[in-house]
Every structure is written in C-alpha cells, then in structure tokens.
Ligand binder design. Structure first.
Ligand code: HEM
Length: 248
C-alpha cells in the first residue's frame, strides 16, 4: 500500500503534469517530471536569494554592493530569513519527492569507496550498478538535508535574537549557520559544474525533463537497464559501431 508521502507526491506530480509538458523524442528517456523540475528551480532560486542577501549581512565590507538589489542593507537583513525559509520549505518537498531514488544502497558505498578510480577511469561508462542517482549525488543530497536542519534551528535562534535565547546560543548559531552555508556553497559549485559542462547532456534533465539514452547508459547504467531492459554496455557498443556515440 502506498504511504501518505507517496500519495501526496503522486497527487502533486499529476497536478503539475496538467500545467506543463515533458516531451521525450526517439532515443530519449524521461528523467524528471514537471513537479520535480518546478521544485528544483524554486530550491535554486531561494538558495541564491538567501545566499546573496546573506553575503551582505555576513561580510558587509566586502559584499555591500549586493544589498541594493534587495532595497538596501536593512531590507536585505529583513528578507534573508524569509528567503531561507522558502529554501528550506521547497527543499523539504524535494526531499519527499526524491526519498526513494535517494535511498542509500550497497552500490553507493562501493561508488564512494572507488571514487578516485571512478573519476580517473578511462572507461566512458560509470560502474554498471550506478542507478538513478550515484553515490556522490546522494551524499550531496543528504548533506543539503542536514544543512537545512542546521539553517532552520540556528536561523530561528538568530531571528529571535539574544533577548529570547541568550548570548551563547546566538553566538554558536552564527558559527554553525555560516559553516553550513560555506559547505553547501562549495558543494553547489561542484554541482553546477557537473550538471552543465562537466557531464554534457545533464542540464536538459532539469529543463526539458528528458535525457538521451546515451547519457543514461553512460552516467547511470543500472537505471538505463531498469527502464529499457537493455544491457548498457551492449547498447553503447552498438551505437559506437553505428558511429553514434558522440551524440551523448
Ligand atoms: C544554476 C544552478 C543549478 C543548476 C544548473 C542545476 C542543475 C541540475 C541538474 C541538471 C540536475 C539533474 C541531475 C540528474 O538528473 O542527474 C540537478 C539535480 C539536483 N540539484 Fe541542481 N542545479 C542548480 C542549483 C541547485 C541548487 C542551488 C541546489 C540546492 C541547494 C540543487 C540541488 C540539486 C539536487 C539535490 C539534485 C539531485 C542530485 C544531483 O543531481 O546532484 N541544485 N541540478
């Protein structure tokens, strides 16, 4: 029987599919439906709004020039907690949406253990048991979940201030809030690189919602096998014989 989360998520997917479309052409696979894409871009929007308004508060002498975008320093300060809240709420929905594909498996442990050889490998294909998301993507996802909890707890303490919570909790919250932001920012740089130029063909997964079969068998062979029933390496070899591999 479907859980309450699955029922909520299914309903949201159906509702959003009525507003937007996902076209998959021949040789393509559906990767992310409209609801997932909507959530992802809302997460990204609120992340950057919170980041840029936060920079003006964190290091005003360096990032003062960001604050006019938000109507000045005091307004940036007033809006930052709301942007942060928007980020946490949309990411919480994204978490429910991706709860299943983000479950940790033995293949992910193996992927993480062999991360050096995965990155430096001459083989064009990822390890054959790499599913819908790989171990690295899952680590980043759960890091963002943990980061959201830290933001929420420390953010509320900072918002209410020392009069409500006392000086020490506020001082500690400042440190944890900023460390969490810096860790997440570092991860997001890597994420943006890999989603665009690092792994060509990935960006369209979050714009059109579809990816080429060549992308699927290259980066997520086990997922390719699951949805097509075909062997990824064999599909790759056949495409190479037809001279199509460059199409990734
Ligand atoms: C302009 C900035 C961004 C771009 C171009 C981008 C692009 C993408 C793309 C193409 C995917 C799909 C990957 C796949 O299907 O395998 C994805 C997934 C994802 N995005 Fe983003 N994204 C951006 C910003 C963000 C931000 C700010 C966050 C959160 C703070 C975020 C969190 C995620 C997560 C957790 C996933 C799923 C796992 C993964 O692929 O790493 N993204 N993104």
């Amino acid at each position: 029987m479907a859980s309450a989360v699955e029922r909520f998520d299914d309903k949201a997917r159906q509702t959003f599919d009525r507003f937007g479309r996902t076209e998959t052409y021949q040789g393509e696979l559906l990767r992310h439906p409209v609801y997932t894409r909507f959530l992802h871009w809302m997460v990204a929007l609120f992340f950057f709004l919170a980041l840029f308004s936060g920079f003006g508060i964190y290091l005003p002498w360096l990032f003062r020039w960001f604050t006019p975008v938000f109507g000045g320093g005091p307004l940036a300060r007033a809006m930052h907690p709301w942007f942060g809240l928007g980020f946490v709420v949309f990411f919480a929905l994204q978490m429910l949406n991706w709860l299943n594909p983000m479950k940790w498996t033995q293949a992910d442990t193996k992927w993480m253990r062999n991360i050096k050889s995965v990155i430096s490998s001459q083989d064009e294909l990822e390890p054959p048991d790499t599913g819908f998301f790989n171990g690295g993507q899952k680590v980043q996802f759960w890091e963002i979940v943990a980061g959201c909890v830290v933001y929420l707890v420390t953010g509320i303490i900072l918002w209410a201030g020392a009069r409500t919570f006392g000086r020490w909790p506020v001082a500690i919250s400042y440190v944890l809030h900023d460390i969490s932001a810096l860790i997440m920012l570092g991860g997001i740089f890597i994420h943006i690189y890999l989603s665009t130029i690092g792994e060509p063909g990935t960006f369209q997964a979050m714009t059109r919602g579809a990816v080429s079969e060549a992308w699927a068998w290259t980066f997520h062979p086990a997922w390719y096998k699951e949805v097509t029933g075909r062997d990824p390496r064999q599909a790759c070899e056949e495409a190479r014989r037809r001279g199509e591999f460059a199409e990734r």
